[in-house]
Write a protein that binds this ligand. Structure first.
Ligand code: SAM
Length: 231
């Protein structure tokens, strides 16, 4: 799966994309993550990507020209060239990203993500370039990079081969419930023992215990999810 990330701060992605699961998936050729520095498409000698807001007010606004030029060159200049590739603007006013959206996006071969900054992007980017807007939650970040990393991470681990399919099966938000609790060695840590059922070797009993615990934990922590799961 290919990701094209449009940003003025490509160096922010060092680390999240170059470690652990994502790093291995890139090395295996399962993911192709390309960072595009919007500044390279700014035509003035200072590579300006922001300007004062029309109508006044605090903060700067990201200019439309370099963002349009970058996306048009990399993804396509016309709707036909861009095909089904979603051009996703990250923003606090967008549809709130969740596991279901991650699953939908993971079925696509390619995604483009635009990271805003300052007061955000010129409205013409939202209206005439982006095909959807995603928020990672009801709070305001200082830039879209962290949000893009969240989307890339959540979508990537659903791409076949990136992690074992079994690892995803019972995960929180996949079945509709939160996942059951996990334990590892030692069997007793500071007088806190691992539940006997997990040590007994009875797989049927382990499965039943896990189902009960998943339901109990979801009821306690996220009763809203249980209501939806029972529908
Ligand atoms: C400081 S924010 C702009 C907030 C904007 N003035 C508003 O009130 O809606 C700068 C950039 O961070 C990103 N951003 C902030 N919060 C976000 C969120 N919850 N989800 C996704 N992106 C977010 C967007 O790309 C946004 O353009």
């Amino acid at each position: 799966m290919r990701f094209d990330i449009f940003t003025t701060l490509p160096q922010m992605f060092n680390g999240p994309l170059t470690e652990s699961i994502l790093k291995r998936a890139v090395q295996k050729g399962l993911l192709d993550i390309r960072l595009h520095d919007i500044r390279l498409w700014a035509t003035d000698k200072h590579h300006t990507t922001d300007d004062y807001p029309y109508g006044g007010g605090a903060g700067m606004v990201m200019k439309p020209e370099p963002i349009f030029a970058a996306v048009e060159e990399v993804v396509g200049a016309t709707r036909e060239e861009r095909g089904d590739t979603p051009i996703i603007l990250l923003g606090p006013g967008g549809e709130v990203f969740n596991q279901r959206l991650a699953e939908d996006l993971a079925r696509l071969p390619r995604l483009a993500l635009i990271c805003g900054h300052y007061e955000g992007v010129d409205e013409r980017v939202r209206e005439h370039l982006a095909t959807r807007e995603l928020s990672i939650g009801d709070y305001v970040l200082s830039g879209g990079e962290v949000a893009a990393m969240v989307v890339v991470d959540a979508v990537s681990r659903l791409v076949p081969g990136v992690i074992k399919a079994e690892s995803r099966q019972d995960e929180s938000h996949t079945s509709g419930l939160l996942e059951y609790p996990h334990y590892t060695r030692p069997a007793v840590f500071r007088d806190m023992p691992v539940p006997d059922v997990l040590i007994g070797g009875n797989h049927g009993a382990v499965d039943r215990w896990r189902r009960e615990k998943a339901l109990e934990r979801t009821r306690r922590l996220r009763p809203d999810l249980v209501a939806r799961w029972e529908e």
